[in-house]
Design a protein around this ligand. Structure first.
Ligand code: GLU
Length: 482
């Protein structure tokens, strides 16, 4: 049997990390078994519609490489793939259930339902429908329908016994049928409820594995009973624990947690984000952490999913992002870094490539670039305390001597390159009978004005050029002489 999974997002205007993880796992479950990954847009909650929101879904799938085999934009045999375009399909299925005695028309007014809630003695939180309309005769129902009375169609839950289903993550789940409300399948406006539509859609689209957030666990017995009522095979259920901000709070965009687009905007690489979220609830059989999407497709298995909530740790993602940057081919890194680098360097004629080489091993996200390279453009105001470094065995006095000695040596160089700068400075260290750090640390400090910098004295001097190097060394001397 071909594995078919679906990503069924509601277009909310952004891609929540939890949703992207669901999409990724759906994709991986399908692809790891040679199956199909389907996109279905669930846009029937008109109140939540946001313009351009569907494009965000398409773009995210495209950027992350989660290519869908069927969907609104790529077509397929089981369309339409936009739920609002399927609205005509559900009434007949609901009527089929009425015929079978698995569902019934309900004509109760809002007022009656409100009164029920108030009178049940348990408060509005538990308001099971009292089956008033289930007891109408066929004739009574027909009469009301003929008279054009508004109606909903409700699912008839079994009165006794239990319903059990297997979840691939949470294991066996059993509920008492008497706890289940006769939920509405078709609303008075003729549209299906989400709970009904998703079952019909999943069946018609031949979905074999339904993967979704654990908030749907409690509805699943009802879905299962619907499959049974129709005589359809229920899918395999894979419920995923929430992605958390900390031990007690779910990630939530409303509370300021970042969406996928936010992370991309903040300079995270798409590959690193995908890799990181793959591990938010799934662990490979070995302890590998870095995976390309293709490797994930090969390695992924449902058995590695965990039901303990995963905490989204931005520090871990940041670390992983840095690993991706380091491992990247230089040209690819340069292409990514160049726009930010150019912007940060402004009008200067500095060699961006040379700077990028220094940056690649030090960056955690692309957004670190401006702060890391600002000193190339303009020497910051700094204090002489930067010249004191225990490990380098330098202090103000040593630094002053070293800078004074470095200037004539560098001035003399006819050719300005890393090699000539290196050789002349190392020769000077020898002549002065000091340690490398006692010359190179002061030079590095004078050239950057920063406590740390991408690159040491030699690389910085090479990139800044002779004139600027000498100017900055003079400035250091002036500062130290004060
Ligand atoms: N549209 C639902 C959501 O975004 C999908 C739930 C499901 O996967 O069935 O939460």
């Amino acid at each position: 049997m071909e594995i078919r999974t679906r990503f069924a997002p509601s277009p909310t205007g952004y891609m929540h990390i939890g949703n992207l993880r669901t999409a990724l796992y759906e994709y991986l479950i399908a692809k790891s078994q040679g199956g199909k990954f389907i996109l279905r847009i669930e846009d029937t909650d008109q109140g939540r519609l946001v313009e351009g929101a569907t494009d965000i879904i398409y773009n995210t799938l495209k950027m992350t490489g989660l290519h869908h085999d069927e969907g609104p934009d790529v077509g397929g045999e089981f369309g339409p793939y936009i739920q609002s375009e399927r609205m005509g399909m559900y009434m007949d299925y609901a009527k089929e259930l009425v015929e079978k005695g698995e569902a019934y028309y309900c004509f109760c007014t809002k007022e009656r339902l409100e009164a029920l809630k108030e009178n049940n003695g348990e408060g509005a939180a538990f308001a099971k429908y009292d089956r008033h309309c289930f007891h109408l005769t066929k004739e009574e129902v027909q009469e009301k329908l003929n008279a054009g009375e508004p109606f909903v169609i409700r699912q008839k839950m079994p009165e006794e016994g239990t319903t059990t289903f297997q979840d691939m993550v949470y294991g066996e789940i059993t509920v008492e049928n008497k706890e289940l409300d006769d939920q509405i399948l078709m609303k008075a406006d003729g549209f299906p409820t989400y709970n009904f539509a998703n079952v019909v859609d999943d069946h018609l689209m031949k979905i074999t594995h339904v993967v979704r957030g654990s908030e749907y666990l409690s509805s699943t017995p009802k879905y299962n009973l619907l499959y049974q009522a129709f005589g359809w095979d229920a899918p395999v259920y894979v419920h995923l624990p929430a992605v958390m901000r900390d031990a007690h709070h779910k990630l939530s965009k409303r509370h300021g947690d970042k969406s996928f687009e936010d992370l991309v905007r903040e300079g995270f690489l798409v590959e690193a984000i995908v890799n990181y979220i793959a591990l938010l609830g799934w662990s490979p059989s070995d302890n590998t952490e870095i995976f390309t999407l293709q490797e994930l497709e090969e390695k992924f298995d449902i058995a590695g999913l965990s039901k303990s909530p995963a905490i989204f740790d931005i520090k871990k993602l940041t670390w992983m992002n840095g690993e991706y940057m380091k491992a990247m081919e230089f040209e690819k890194f340069y292409a990514l870094a160049e726009p930010k680098l150019r912007e940060a360097l402004g009008e200067t004629q500095l060699d961006g490539k040379k700077i990028a080489v220094l940056l690649q091993k030090r960056l955690e996200t692309l957004n670190d670039i401006p702060a890391l390279v600002a000193f190339f453009k303009e020497l910051p105001v700094y204090g002489t305390e930067l010249y004191t470094h225990k490990k380098m065995k330098t202090d103000d006095a040593i630094a002053l001597t070293s800078l004074k000695a470095a200037i004539p040596v560098l001035q003399e160089l006819a050719e300005w390159s890393e090699t000539t700068i290196h050789d002349s400075l190392i020769a000077l260290v020898g002549e002065m009978g000091i340690k490398n750090g006692q010359l190179l640390w002061p030079v590095r400090t004078a050239l950057s004005g920063e406590p740390t910098s991408p690159g040491g004295a030699i690389e910085l001097a090479d990139i800044l050029g002779k004139e600027e190097t000498l100017r900055r060394l003079e400035k250091g001397i002036a500062l130290l002489s004060n």
